[in-house]
Design a protein around this ligand. Structure first.
Ligand SMILES: [Cu+2]
Length: 287
């Protein structure tokens, strides 16, 4: 091998080293493409900010113990099905102090929802706040074993711009567990009432839903106000149990639901008749 050939081979191997460095780094992707991605990411985060501050949220809540700096802590409940005890927890504010001041929303300072992972055993209750300690508590027992999800839905009074927060946490309960299948359903029978939910869910847009309550073949028209409306609807996304914001509209049992993705949604309608609150359950599919 002569000197010239050796030098040119050296040159080729140098080119090889540069090529590896070039392809190994971001230089592989043209700069203007990267700039486009960065810009879109910025726009997305701005959109996210504006959705957070507004009321028209299409995101799901309740999948995290923390949101906006507020944290769900010291969740305690009976560990075994059938055991009588207390369910309690605290909310910490962004500085780490127990949150004791809440805005009233739907007539309550905090809405506590629990549901088993299969969508059964839904409960929507209103615990008591200890103003000194910031501890929320309510007498409690689990009907059956399984994995449960707990949601605390509230509006902190110390920072009105934060708006409605839904913090969530999972809980394991020992005891018998038979998963319950929840097929698609627009009707439910509960305590002698026939409930129907009509309307189509469309992913990414506002859907209008209307419920109707019948008893003995006649429509029930004397529903009592419950939480500031004729009824209260909670929607959970099947799969991750993400909690959706549903707004009551004008009119008897009319709602606006915003679902972010196609798939099934578990819907729970609380309504009040003769001084008693009942829950009708539906499963709808969003296209
Ligand atoms: Cu409530």
């Amino acid at each position: 091998m002569n000197t010239a050939t050796r030098l040119s081979l050296y040159g080729i191997s140098l080119v090889g080293v540069f090529a590896v460095a070039f392809f190994g780094g971001r230089a592989l992707i043209p700069d203007d493409t990267v700039a486009g991605w960065t810009k879109r990411a910025d726009e997305a985060s701005q959109d996210h900010d504006s959705m957070e501050s507004g009321h028209e949220m299409t995101e799901v809540g309740g999948l995290s113990v923390e949101e906006g700096g507020y944290r769900l802590v010291t969740v305690s409940a009976p560990q075994r099905a059938g055991e009588n005890g207390e369910l309690s927890f605290r909310i910490l504010d962004p500085s780490g102090d127990p949150l004791t001041r809440y805005e009233t929303s739907h007539e309550k300072q905090l809405h506590l929802i629990t549901v088993r992972s299969d969508g059964s055993s839904f409960e929507h209750v209103h615990p008591e706040l200890n103003q000194e300690t910031g501890t929320w508590s309510i007498p409690w027992s689990w009907p059956e074993g399984g994995s449960y999800r707990l949601y605390a839905d509230f509006v902190p009074a110390d920072s009105p711009s934060v708006g409605d927060l839904v913090l969530g946490q999972g809980l394991e309960v020992a005891g018998r567990f038979e998963p319950v299948a929840k097929p698609l359903s627009r009707t439910d029978s509960v305590a002698g009432f026939e409930a129907t939910l009509s309307g189509e869910l469309k992913a990414g847009s506002t859907s209008h839903l209307t419920a109707r309550i019948m008893r003995g073949g006649k429509q029930v028209t004397d529903l009592e106000p419950y939480l500031g409306a004729a009824g209260h609807l909670v929607a959970l996304r099947e799969g991750d149990l993400g909690y959706l914001h549903v707004h009551a509209e004008e009119g008897e049992l009319d709602f606006q639901a915003e679902v972010p993705t196609p798939g099934r949604y578990l819907m729970y309608l609380d309504f009040k008749v003769d001084g008693r609150v009942h829950t009708a359950e539906f499963v709808l599919e969003a296209k």
